[in-house]
Design a protein around this ligand. Structure first.
Ligand SMILES: O=C(O)CCC(=O)C(=O)O
Ligand SMILES: [Fe+2]
Length: 799
């Protein structure tokens, strides 16, 4: 195997990428062979004659520079490399060569300037991959598809026995249910071309669309590649063939991919690309039984590859062919005519100036041909936003770097896929040092308000609960209007509506919205604590001030004494709103009803399409009242009962024993109330338990097999009530029980929204070191240190 290296440059690598010098370096290093290395080569050859093995001893690995080249020269397909520490089979050149590299690396004898090529984009984790690449948004599955078209697939670990990764051709299974056997995947269910991944691949072939495979370092082909990271983007590939095979008695679909740019070397198996010969093609025959044509894919003989035909996978003796068939060399060598232009949905490196993503750039006729609606194309674009920037490009404000574009980026220096975790800068988490401040486009309130239509509830509410409509400052422009939703025995929620007069006052919502955009808040996206996918970040940015708050994501805190003035004004505003509401409702003086003063403030920033999913604010360290001020884009806040209280049983199928509270609006509310009244002893009564099981639809099997019907545990409770929050509006959630029984979700509808939420954190429940600043008085601090102290909350109409 000759490892020749011409002076060649990977043309799709951009100038900013340092990997582009690979081939020049490779050429230089080949001149570095020392005399020792030719001796080694001879020794290696001599050994091969003996037993077809290349033995590299520790001593040889410590030889001078140039050894790598020599040893590569000495290796051939089928060789084995045996060392003291490991025995590495090398059935393919890739693996053999990469194994050798791995050994040289381990033994620290690689010459520093001898570089293997690296992938253009790579990631250490699935969430990072999904965050930065528009064409791979699959947190768990092996393929990423949209509208029944495949965009990308992940090759990782062992596939099926005859899967193949060469420099230009890939053969892989299409997914489907499999089990591991002797290190390989074997199917345990038949697939069909009319549904699931095989049908999407067929669709992708029909539309002549290329895909971008991603290869993980558990795949044998790159297991020892010195530059391979956990997940590595390969290149554009055509999908040339899909065919069914018979394996372990099941039908499984295989696919052949062919690299698009055949004249460029492939990073995962660098070798000089062979001359393109499109005249080599496998034989094609027609089945005498079904009249369908199939290519001769295997060496042994032609097989009918029509799954529906009685001759499928049968040889000329009408017996099922073996399952371990070798591929017909002509089938592997065949190449699509490069003049046949495929449809390329997205660039390897997302580029805002080019074809970041397919849909918006496609003419309506093409969308129609793909049976994709404009709405779906838009949604897809939002979902898949991501971008690639070269360092030199980031000098001034750029449209695509504005704040709605919160998806990740591929580092222009090292190719790492990063999520965007900082509000106003891009920072690569690799040690390459890439960090640029973004000049975010300021979003004007008028533009947001124009876009946010006042939307009244379009959601069908479960609970026909009329909110009590009240005014607390006199109706009309001067006063707030508020609605209150009361859930008996649980708690209440007050929605306080602002208006443009109030919003305009000094330190009011208009001013806060503008100040929050000035970069002082240091908002960040944080890893979700309880995500199924490790490393996934929240879908909103956050910053905490005051006492620490153990949120759904761990967030550091900045003491109130160091908080920007705009944060303190927002806190003062919420304090004042809370106070005015109590005065209005006559509860201010009633003993025990005044909640503790908030000492914590969490600010969330939502760029376009971000949101906060269902959660409660019921941590044990928190006081009774949670107040939120909404700034910027409108948002829908939905409140629902938690599943176990709504249905009366947990998602895993355990009946909540004594139904402590039959919350208003829950499933079977009347029946559950009646049962509770009839059997005050609760679960202690057999009759009560049986009646509950019957009510919830549990099977009436023998005692210990009572289970929920399949799928019922996954049901979600409906929205109990819903509010549309406009700029300047506030929401107060009252009582801890509300957080115990209910959960809330907020879905903003525009380009930019902030939510300021204040809570009282019970200092005694924090570690002593965390209580500093617990007595900080926001109002007096503002009066002392900031001008214009007359109207610190922005609520005073006289100023
Ligand atoms: O964005 C919002 O209005 C709600 C924020 C929220 O629920 C929270 O901070 O816990
Ligand atoms: Fe919340």
């Amino acid at each position: 195997m000759a490892f020749s290296a011409g002076k060649r440059k990977h043309s799709c690598m951009q100038d900013g990428l340092q990997q582009s010098h690979f081939y020049e370096e490779l050429n230089e290093s080949t001149n570095l062979c020392s005399p020792t290395s030719s001796e080694l080569l001879n020794a290696a050859k001599a050994r091969k004659v003996q037993d077809n093995q290349t033995i590299i001893k520790q001593a040889e690995l410590e030889s001078p520079k140039g050894i790598e080249h020599t040893l590569l020269e000495g290796l051939e397909e089928g060789d084995q490399i045996v060392t003291k520490n490991a025995e590495l089979e090398a059935p393919q050149q890739t693996k053999c060569k990469n194994a050798l590299w791995h050994l040289l690396e381990e033994n620290k004898i690689r010459t520093p300037h001898f570089n293997y090529p690296a992938p253009l984009a790579w990631a250490d984790s699935r969430p990072d991959l999904c965050a930065a690449l528009p064409y791979f948004k699959s947190h768990q599955g092996g393929t990423y598809h949209h509208e029944k078209l495949i965009f990308s697939l992940l090759l990782d670990g062992h596939g099926m026995k005859h899967d193949l990764v060469d420099d230009q051709v890939i053969i892989s299974r299409t997914g489907g249910s499999c089990i591991g056997e002797d290190g390989f995947m074997v199917p345990n269910e038949s697939q069909s071309i009319v549904k699931g991944p095989p049908s999407w691949y067929q669709n992708t072939i029909d539309h002549n669309m290329v895909v971008i495979p991603i290869i993980g370092n558990r795949h044998p082909a790159i297991q020892y590649h010195p530059k391979a990271k956990r997940y590595n983007v390969m290149d554009h590939f055509r999908v040339t063939d899909i065919w069914p095979e018979r394996s372990h008695g099941f039908v499984t679909y295989k696919i052949r991919f062919e690299k698009l740019k055949l004249d460029e070397p492939s990073w995962w198996l660098p070798k000089t690309p062979s001359i393109i010969d499109t005249s080599v093609q496998p034989a094609v025959k027609t089945c005498g039984t079904c009249n369908k044509t199939s290519k001769q894919i295997f060496t042994i003989e032609w097989l009918c590859l029509n799954e529906a035909c009685t001759k499928f996978w049968k040889n000329s003796d009408d017996k099922y062919a073996a399952e371990d068939l070798e591929y017909n060399p002509d089938f592997l060598k065949a190449r699509v005519d490069p003049k046949k232009r495929p449809f390329i949905p997205c660039a390897i490196l997302p580029d805002p100036d080019q074809n970041v993503i397919w849909a918006p750039q496609m003419p309506p006729s093409a969308l129609r041909a793909l049976r994709i609606t404009q709405g779906s194309a838009r949604k897809f674009r939002n979902e898949t936003k991501g971008y690639y920037v070269s360092e030199s490009e980031i000098s001034g404000p750029r449209k695509e770097l504005n704040c709605w574009n919160w998806k990740g980026f591929v580092c222009p220096r090292c190719g790492r896929c990063n999520p965007r975790s900082l509000w106003d800068s891009l920072k690569c988490s690799e040690e390459c040092g890439f960090h640029v401040e973004l000049q975010l486009e300021r979003i004007r309130l008028q533009d947001i308000l124009r876009a946010t239509r006042r939307s009244e509830s379009s959601i069908k509410l479960k609970l026909n609960l009329e909110p009590r409509l009240r005014w607390y400052d006199g109706p009309g422009k001067q006063g707030f209007q508020y609605s209150k939703w009361v859930l008996d025995n649980i708690g209440s929620v007050t929605h306080i509506r602002s208006n443009s007069e109030i919003n305009k006052r000094p330190h009011g919502p208009d001013e806060l919205f503008s100040r929050f955009q000035q970069g002082e808040l240091k908002l960040q996206r944080l890893p979700l604590v309880s995500s199924v996918v490790r490393g996934e970040l929240t879908r909103h940015f956050a910053a905490n001030f005051g006492l620490p708050y153990k949120f759904i994501a761990r967030v550091n805190t900045t003491p109130f004494s160091e908080a920007p003035a705009c944060v303190l004004h927002a806190v003062a505003r919420l304090n004042e709103i809370g106070r005015c509401l109590r005065v209005h409702e006559g509860t201010e003086k009633a003993c025990g009803t005044v909640p503790e003063k908030p000492n914590e403030c969490l600010i969330l920033g939502y760029m376009e399409t971000m949101q906060i999913g269902y959660h409660d604010d019921g941590e044990k360290e928190l006081g009774d009242e949670i107040r939120t001020l909404s700034l910027g884009s409108g948002a829908r806040m939905n409140i629902r009962l938690k599943a176990k209280y709504y249905f009366g049983y947990t998602p895993s199928g355990t009946i909540i024993p004594d139904d402590p509270i039959v919350p208003p609006g829950c499933e079977h509310e009347q029946e559950r109330r009646q049962l509770k009244a009839m059997y005050p002893e609760g679960m202690a009564s057999e009759a009560y338990r049986k009646a509950r099981e019957k009510l919830h639809g549990f099977s009436q099997e023998p005692q210990d097999e009572k289970t929920l019907p399949p799928g019922r545990g996954a049901r979600k409770p409906p929205v109990l009530f819903s509010m549309f929050l406009n700029h300047g509006d506030s929401v107060i959630m009252h009582e801890k029980a509300l957080q115990k029984y209910c959960e809330h979700q907020v879905v903003p509808v525009g380009r930019l929204r902030f939510a300021v939420t204040t809570r009282h954190v019970i200092p005694d429940m924090l570690a002593p070191g965390e209580r500093a600043g617990q007595d900080f008085d926001v109002e007096s601090h503002i009066r002392e240190f900031h001008e214009d102290s007359a109207n610190i909350s922005g609520l005073d109409k006289r100023s």
